[in-house]
Design a protein around this ligand. Sequence first.
Ligand SMILES: Nc1ncnc2c1ncn2[C@@H]1O[C@H](COP(=O)(O)OP(=O)(O)O)[C@@H](O)[C@H]1O
Ligand SMILES: [Mg+2]
Length: 277
Amino acid sequence: MSILSLKNIQYTYPLETEPVIKNVSLDLEAGKVYGVIGGNESGKTTLCNIMRGFIPELYKGTLSGDVLFNGKSISEYNIGELAAHIGYSFQNPFTQISGVKETVSEEIAYGMENLGVPREKMIQRVDELIQLFQLDDLKDKNPFELSGGQKQRVALASIVALDPEIIILDEPTSQLDPKSTEDIFKIVKHLKKAGKTIFLVEHKVDLLAEYCDEILVMSAGELVMKGKTTEILTDEKVVQYGGQLPQVTLYFLQAFGNQGKVPLTVAEAFSLLKGSE
Ligand SMILES: Nc1ncnc2c1ncn2[C@@H]1O[C@H](COP(=O)(O)OP(=O)(O)O)[C@@H](O)[C@H]1O
Ligand SMILES: [Mg+2]
């Protein structure tokens, strides 16, 4: 059984006439990393908000179809309860720092406090997360003093602290430099190892190619492509839908066409070219 299922989802924002999500059905399997691409305003963020129950609960508007978490409609959960199962991180790390805590350690503990996690357990969990997210040197700093990449790591640690089964990351690296971006992807890899299901909206396809099991492509509110990373990110249709292909894949397709195996990463391209000598 899939951990999260969307069944014929259609959604129209309040006061709008046209739906921005059209007939989307989707099953997420537990433990997989899904990369989500598509043009601007194609509905990626809206879809994230539907998956975590913020639509229609907070945004209102008209939603039809159903979202099932472990087979049960998410409308049967309250939002707080759902947040412990489905973690969500925003595009902008600045907006997700609580603003009420003075140190990174306290910030990470904040969500657990709200859920009433016992103090002993909370301290132990914060220690583990500080190690995992490499925040040892920063743990006593004020979250507002951190760089964008550091804030994003703290924000992610706060979400992982609640031990959600599904983690939705909406463009987590859009404000980050290449080094901080790699750090986030390494965390994604670790979370996958820990059995989490990850829904990652991200434009950096070179990295998606390396880390994702499957790729979803959104275009004008529809889910237009879905499949294994190796199938989707070697298909030029992605570009027509407003997405991108990894650079090395694009060069390879231009040079050799889509015959036989097409590489997704530089390493794959090297071994393919070597093999054909
Ligand atoms: N709160 C809102 N009210 C009305 N329309 C919205 C709202 N938020 C987003 N939209 C519209 O919904 C469409 C999809 O937006 P969004 O989900 O943010 O796309 P993406 O994340 O792919 O850029 C866009 O046309 C956008 O203008
Ligand atoms: Mg968005």
